[in-house]
Design a protein. Structure first.
Length: 280
């Protein structure tokens, strides 16, 4: 099979790599199905489907054989094998060795372990304020957004002060700048409750300003329909997508989990004739 993925070192999850390879092969060949792909890889269709959904793992030896069929060379196969070990190993020392190997070769963005103690997840206010300061750099600008979310100014000011004291923000005179070195990738068990509360506040604001509020059952169904494995894989896919965007933009910074969210909600505007976009 011809090689379709130019740089394996852009990937931190071998299942995302496999998924992208299949998408590249099927993009210009609508008759190329997952069943045909599984046949080319000498895998059963059911196993491949489970693998791409995050419900199964390849063994390192089997993985090396599978990816060799995709025309990856020995050094690339070594890297892919470590990706598999990192995801599937139960031995902590093996996992750490694989992590070190991946980190030394991964393209540009350093892998960071899960950290459930991010101060930005202390409350939905902390989360919102951190995201807003990525767009505006002064307290009045922050208030412009948090007022529309009906967050008390005293609460917002306290969050700004706490984030500054713990070096999440760098304060220069009356302006604030995000310190990206403090940002880590956080386990979904910690971030979901904060995101749920914050998204509820946003949806309520949109509805109050004349927007359409989606039925709660729709949002809940999207979350409840995911098991832990498929949720984790979806998170990995999102991380990979954002990292890819940063590379395309030649952006040297780390993964920014606020990019998509802030771009959506910071452009909401009131429907009155005198209103201005929030990011104007």
């Amino acid at each position: 099979m011809n090689k379709k993925i130019n740089n394996v070192y852009d990937y931190a999850d071998y299942r995302i790599l496999l998924s992208d390879d299949f998408m590249a092969r099927s993009a210009n060949n609508y008759g190329y199905s997952l069943r045909a792909y599984s046949r080319d890889l000498s895998l059963s269709p059911g196993f491949l489907s489970d693998l791409l959904r995050g419900n199964k793992d390849l063994s390192p030896a089997k993985g090396r054989l599978v990816f060799s069929k995709l025309s990856f060379e020995n050094e690339e196969l070594d890297y892919i094998e470590k990706l598999i070990v990192f995801k599937s190993a139960t031995d902590d020392s093996q996992k750490q060795d694989a992590h070190n190997y991946i980190e030394s070769r991964f393209n540009r963005t350093t892998l960071v372990g899960d950290n459930s103690k991010d101060l930005i997840l202390k409350s939905s206010t902390h989360f919102a304020v951190y995201g807003i300061v990525r767009k505006v750099n002064n307290l009045e600008g922050v208030y412009q957004f948090t007022d529309q979310l009906e967050m008390p100014r005293a609460e917002v000011s306290a969050a700004v002060q706490e984030l500054t004291e713990h070096h999440y923000f760098i304060q220069k005179d009356n302006t604030y700048q995000v310190n990206d070195e403090k940002l880590t990738l956080t386990s979904h068990e910690e971030i979901i409750p904060v995101l749920k509360k914050f998204s509820t506040q946003m949806i309520d604001m949109i509805a109050k300003n004349g927007g359409i509020k989606p039925p709660e059952a729709v949002a809940n169904g999207l979350v409840l329909g995911l098991n832990e494995q498929s949720w984790d894989l979806a998170v990995e896919a999102q991380k990979h997508f954002i990292k890819s965007l940063l590379r395309i933009a030649n952006h040297p910074g780390p993964v920014d989990r606020f990019v998509m969210l802030s771009n959506i909600w910071l452009t909401v505007k009131k429907p009155s004739s005198s209103s201005q976009p929030l990011n104007s």
